[in-house]
Design a protein around this ligand. Sequence first.
Ligand code: IVH
Length: 733
Amino acid sequence: MPDQNDTNEKPRAIPPVSLSATGETPPVDHLDRDQAARELERLARMMVRHDRLYHQQDAPAISDAEYDSLRARNTAIEARFPDLMRPDSPSRRVGAPVAEGFGTVRHAVPMLSLDNAFSAGAVAEFLTRVRRFLGLEAEEPVAVVAEPKIDGLSVSLRYENGVFVQGATRGDGETGEDITANLRTLYGKGMPSRLAGGDLFGQGVPKVLEVRGEVYMTRAEFLEFNRRQEELGPKARIFANPRNAAAGSLRQLDPRITGMRPLRLFAYGVGEVHPFDWSSHWEFLDRLRGFGFAVNPLARRCETLAEMLAVHDELATRRAEVPYDIDGIVYKIDRMEWQRRLGFISRAPRWAIAHKFPAEQARTVVEAIETSVGRTGALTPTARLQPVTVGGVVVSRATLHNEDEIARKDVRVGDTVVIERAGDVIPQVVAVVLEKRPVDAAPWRSPATCPVCNSPAVREEGDVVRRCTGALVCPAQAVECLKHFVSRAAFDIDGLGEKHIEDFYAGGLITSPVDLFRLEERDQGRLTPLAARAGWGVRSARKLFDTIRTRRAISLERFLYALGIRHVGATMARTLAAHYETLPSLRAAMVAAADRTGESWQDLVTISMMGTVKAGAVVAFFSDPRTLTVLDALAGLVVVEPFAGRAPNDSPLAGRTVVFTGTLTTMTRQEAKARAQAMGAKVVESVSHKTDYVVAGADAGSKVLKATALGLVILSEQEWLALGAKRSYPHGQ
Ligand code: IVH
């Protein structure tokens, strides 16, 4: 399966498990050789088919669990009969989207690392070593190219006759991972698919050229990307810094996920190459630009040590202005002939060195240790700091993770601490400066009650986190739950941002999800209606009410996700929806499952990926009278649609990408989307060349213009209905 940590993979829309995929075959240890060989052949054939259905046709025919059991069976048989492993074995299919890992690439020229210099003196010594090694006269100038050291992931890109044929990670320097498919998603973002300047037969460009470069994310794009990840729900991976995000994105097994990430590349070096016709690194950088690569515009050619240090010092102080993370300057001897002569020493070239920037550290005083309360009641301590500038960014808070971490570092209020921004967005407390500790500084004790609602805060055995037990009675949890409830993957109430929720909660306008659907009605009776409040107007208030109205119909899986049940992310919500199909049947089953000796409990725990801990959380949620009150009230205000099931594969919309725009007259946008999805379509917000149909309702605007410009099929609401009308909907609409 693609990266399990990531929820923006396409969910597999499958109802419960049947035995058809695995077949009624004997256990692996009962197989004789012949049977094993036949079984491996059968499995290879089946997996090819299911991979194709899943990845190319977006129409999977088996569940994740069934798919995994096929793979596990294949692996188990291969482990028993290693010599029977087939050339087309699913476990060998490397680089393909569902491979368990990547293939390996042996670098024709090793990818080395760099020696570091941390001071001007060390840089001067580097130049002295170079001069001595080459036996240069004192007056002979040594030109050096100074380039920013990008904090990303290094890759090697191989072009043959001008065409990109293979891309790899650095790996251990000798052997890297084959990430060709993922790197193809960077075409036009710093790397060309074909070297510019050559003809169709590769004349005019090197026959072989391996370009080395760094894949990175800009800080702004990283923050935006993390924000979107957050919206995807609790299971989506949040990255600590742009470098981790770039690395995680490049190492996705499904290149479509990589393609959605904001990655870019700077080229700066070369591996295998022939013919080779540049005499200096500076000239080579120019060639790279000519071939169509992005080359860092901050690179400078220096003639003296003073010039080199000036480049370093200037970028060190202006580091925060550079839109991506850099952690130093790389100096490279410019003349290729000298580079060749200097060669390598162990794992690093003699002709280059990295002059690192000082770590982004600062000292400041802890003014308070504050505890915030999350949606599930988790208490997270944060240090409030005397504001201080770290690497160009003013910092007034630092994360302390959890109470064990505070105890380990013994951080106390009043302490002077060293904080560091190691590329991470939120700084860390690295250490306490003990000599500066005030005499009366007391060790920090974690609160026994919730700082917001005073309910007992307990730490269950085996949990590193202490939690408030107040549930929705706790305003902090209530606000976080509301934010989750309206988030994109849940009720998707655009126009109701986090700040609004906080304001509405504080003003008593919305204190539970139920109030959301009574907002308009309540608002009418208020002295100061929403439209008259600061930051709002008649139009924006109307728009919000309209959105809320259209969201009154919601699919069961979104509804379950919106409830914010512990351990129930988007995927688990879908699994539960597929299993129980309607809200009343799910609710009845959960109430019955409170009896752990009964059938309902058994049925629940055997759901794929469930297990007793998650099952316990779901049952606890549905047996809490406070939850049931909210559910009952919601039942009168929203329509929870039964699980829509799997798309019929023969639907004309199966596998198609559809964009809805404008106002539809026969149904809400929400319903239209659900219907399209039920017919196997993928509904997206923006128009691109990948869009198959644009359904234009009344007053459709720019999306239709764009679709026209792209020559896409534009359907009226009636035409779209006609397309779907011939089909029956799984739940008889
Ligand atoms: S040259 C043979 N130039 O730094 C030396 N490396 O610490 C090849 N890096 O693995 C490296 N920006 O990932 C070079 N302008 C730059 C660089 C750069 C970032 C990374 C690269 C390398 C690491 C070495």
